[in-house]
Write a protein that binds this ligand. Structure first.
Ligand code: CMC
Length: 432
């Protein structure tokens, strides 16, 4: 088939140049501009990557206009309904759903990697008790590379697999330890007889004093939330992981970089910000005044948990979390919860307001997840840490894809320089 080309022409009479147009399996075609600088001496300018594909990937696909999210081709709705988190993790990592034997083997390997090096627990005492969990997570996950040297040869496939297992298995332990440290409670060792999510809940809420029996409705809800957060193609934190990975940094360091990037309120930190916003609004009667402030961009006020760079339609994850949220509140007999009523009314008002309609701002994944965590009694500052736990699967799969990609190069953007032109040094005594 004839190669499709895009022609770039200039108004100043410079010669036109052609670039190949590449097609994926679905989604927009891309113009391959790698040769642009060589051919024209010019760069592209795209702060925020509004129109830039940074890599080829076959893991996750989003159609933001239709509100579609696929992991390895499977709709998120089907995976959230029919799979458990480790099944989805296997899919994201390996490209196919596991058969029964593969699932059993995968679950077994992850389970047997869930304990952390005993010395790692001493790291925690270096932090203040009131340290933000994400600060602790960045430090402790980054420190894993100091404990697991034997799996950081990134050019060895087996090492990469072992690091992936270690990260996926140890993140629930590290997250729960972060919570326990905040609470001043003893760390709970993982229990291998429990499922991934039950084990996480056990390490979070269990104590050595009494038996902890996970509630299946709550366990299923958290498992589903983990599935919904597992990957989301080239978002800010995943791109951070890829950029760090492109330098040859070890996977533990790369995931720690991803955690730092996730922390921001425009990204994973939004779930925490939603709860703070709902607290600040306080009552349904205060919603109109809050919406007015948002629309006037008063003091950078934003409707947290709304809007998305890619989704210009309802985030499919938000729909599923909303359903899960109702199930949890029903189970906990909290149907009349003030917070959920406030959130739903806020959503209703926003979705019928011209400001949000015109800008195609819909609830995103973070709008309802915080309410589920809140109902479970998880402190607000832990919300983004749980997001990080789930997203670790996506990060490590994307990192593995990057390392195996023959087109991979160190990530090194260029710039449009707007600073001073060359000038001579002035000795301090002669400066104005
Ligand atoms: N509340 C009020 N106005 C908003 C919001 C919001 N949540 N989001 C976007 N806008 C406005 C924005 O001010 C701009 O208005 P104008 O055209 O008048 O300048 C317009 O909508 C377009 O927004 P943008 O900032 O150009 O969009 P973006 O793609 O750069 O940003 C976003 C996307 C997610 C960072 C942003 O919508 C946002 O900050 N939302 C709130 C934080 C949030 O919920 N983040 C979680 C995202 S989903 C989970 C995740 O990625 O971790």
């Amino acid at each position: 088939m004839k190669e499709k080309l895009a022609t770039l022409s200039f108004s100043d009479g410079s010669p036109s140049v052609d670039f190949p147009v590449l097609g994926g399996t679905i989604g927009p075609e891309v113009i391959d501009v790698r040769s642009l600088y060589g051919k024209t001496g010019k760069f592209t300018y795209d702060p925020g990557f509004m129109s830039t594909a940074s890599c080829r990937s076959n893991i996750t696909y989003i159609d933001g206009d239709q509100g579609i999210l696929l992991y390895r081709g499977f709709p998120i709705e089907q995976l959230a309904e029919k799979c458990d988190f480790l099944e989805v993790a296997y899919l994201i990592l390996n490209g196919e759903l596991p058969n029964k034997e593969q699932k059993l083997e995968f679950d077994g390997i992850v389970t047997r990697h869930s304990m952390v090096h005993e010395q790692l627990s001493r790291f925690y005492s270096g932090f203040r008790r009131d340290a933000h969990p994400m600060a602790v997570m960045c430090g402790v996950v980054g420190a894993l590379s100091a404990f697991y040297h034997d799996s950081i040869n990134i050019y060895d496939e087996r090492s990469r697999d072992i690091s992936a297992f270690r990260l996926i298995a140890k993140l629930p332990t590290i997250t729960a330890m972060t919570y326990k440290y905040n609470m001043g409670q003893p760390f709970m060792y993982p229990k291998n007889k429990l499922s991934y999510t039950d084990n996480f809940l056990y390490m979070m809420f269990g104590t050595p004093c009494e038996e902890y029996v996970p509630n299946p409705v709550i366990s299923r809800a958290i498992d589903r939330i983990l599935i919904l957060h597992a990957d989301h193609e080239q978002n800010a934190s995943t791109s951070t992981v890829r950029l760090a990975g492109s330098t040859g940094a070890n996977p533990f360091a790369c995931i720690s970089a991803g955690i730092a990037s996730l922390w921001g309120p425009a990204h994973g930190g939004a779930n925490e910000a939603v709860l703070k916003m709902l607290d600040e609004i306080g009552d349904i009667k205060n919603i109109p005044a809050f919406i007015k402030r948002v629309k006037e961009k008063d003091g950078h006020a934003m409707l947290m948990g709304f809007g998305h760079r890619v989704y210009k339609n309802y985030d499919p994850r938000a729909k599923l979390i909303q359903k899960t949220c109702h199930e949890v509140l029903e189970e906990l007999d909290m149907k009349d919860n003030k917070l959920i009523k406030l959130a739903m009314e806020l959503e209703r008002i926003a979705l019928s307001d011209d400001y949000f309609i015109k800008r195609k701002l819909y609830p995103n994944v973070d709008f309802y997840s915080g309410i589920v965590y809140k109902a479970l009694g998880i402190p607000v500052s832990m919300y983004t840490a749980i997001f990080a736990l789930a997203r670790t699967v996506g990060w490590i799969a994307q990192w593995k894809e990057l390392i195996a990609d023959p087109e991979q190069k160190i990530g090194r953007p260029r710039q449009l320089f707007t600073g001073a032109t060359p000038r001579d040094f002035v000795p301090i005594g002669k400066r104005k």
